[in-house]
Design a protein around this ligand. Sequence first.
Ligand code: MN
Length: 468
Amino acid sequence: MEPRAMVIRGGEVVSSEGAGRADVLIRGERIEAVGAVGHVADAEVVDAGGQLVIPGGVDVHTHFDMDAGAVRSADDFATGTIAAACGGTTTVVDFATAYRGETAAEGLAAWHAKAAGKAVVDYGFHMTLTDLRRPAGDVVAEMGEAGVTSFKLYMTYRDRLMVSDDTIAEIMRAAEPSGALVCLHCEDDNTLEDRRRRALAAGRTAPRWHAWSRPPGAEASAVARAVRMAEDAGAPLYVVHLSSGPALEEVRRARERGVAVFAETCPQYLYLSAERYEEAPAAAARYVCAPPLRDPHHAEELWEGLRAGHLQVVATDHCPFTAGDRARGLGGSGWDDFTGIPGGLPGVETRLALIYQKVAEGLLTRQQWVGLCCTTPAKLFGLHPAKGELAPGADADVVVFDPALELPLNAARLHMNVDYSPYEGVVVRGWPSLVLSRGRAVARAGQPVSGPAEGRFLRRQAGAAHDL
Ligand code: MN
């Protein structure tokens, strides 16, 4: 029997390169045609008149079901992917982690166990390495066979995550021939360690000192070091969660001299600022993340970086903690100073709409929005053209986005498993009216469609960093 067909009719189809009125014909899990589609017998017809039709969002930076000392990120692969679907994201790439003393294969197996049978949209994994127990080439090859073609390394958190520059360079050299992409958390650990010690010695324990201890200069100097290592290795580099003007400047200059450096930023660095840390400590603790929120002028520079193309991806670093877990702290019995506060913000549900606001304001084009949130991350991480593109043969991951649909970004209206919203009281205009994951409706008008969790693990190919 032919799989059931759907025609999304009369919408404005937007890709990263163009836009125009077109119909989208879906049969089963795939897109069959984009263009003028005639009558199709027995097809379900969706009227998309006045709406945008875009590829499902691709969020390449989530932390679902992640241990953080005595607490755990509040969304698992069930609630996290339901929230993603409600906001128009149909692919997530989460960070599987091999903690010190674990092999990459063990870390990967642990993340497969967290996700299996729970996700309602498709998912992949990056592999975070915290030490090298075998030759880097062997690890890269083993992960490639397992469908993991990107690696995350930390330049800070010396107690449990950081790797040395030697190790970073070795992994970059090993990754390059296979097309695997190395992703770096760029903050200079010596600066952070020194500032943390000085703050605590002076009794400065409140959340605002978290931000003081991680200055923009520490991010910029780490990005500069990372760029030099990538250049030396002849390997592309992906900077995660870039948060500040000086770090952006390092990326811009590297790209101008032809280095294959890519960088993502996140909605929290575009919409929130360090003013949040001036609230009472219990409230301010909700905004602890790393890098920290910055002074407002950094956000202006990041928006300009997105507009001008110096930043290529918007992802979320979705890693929420409830107010209760913030108060419990990493040790479980309450935090005494900012180093004991679990860090990370919710965001997987609100990314597409938040970035769209700047399309409505005229700062970004619709094509840029699709490129930043869907197509470029899919290309960089080996998911394109199955993901991030509306084209014949692609997975039918489709968002019908209603530019007139309004939603207050209040915790009570959202589906992330967390009891506050960083955007409480903010009303966005523009939200997905229909979200399809491989042809199945997974959300309508911001509400989940109940059904089995049919999200699949995506075995990724090498990405296209050298071609972008
Ligand atoms: Mn992260």
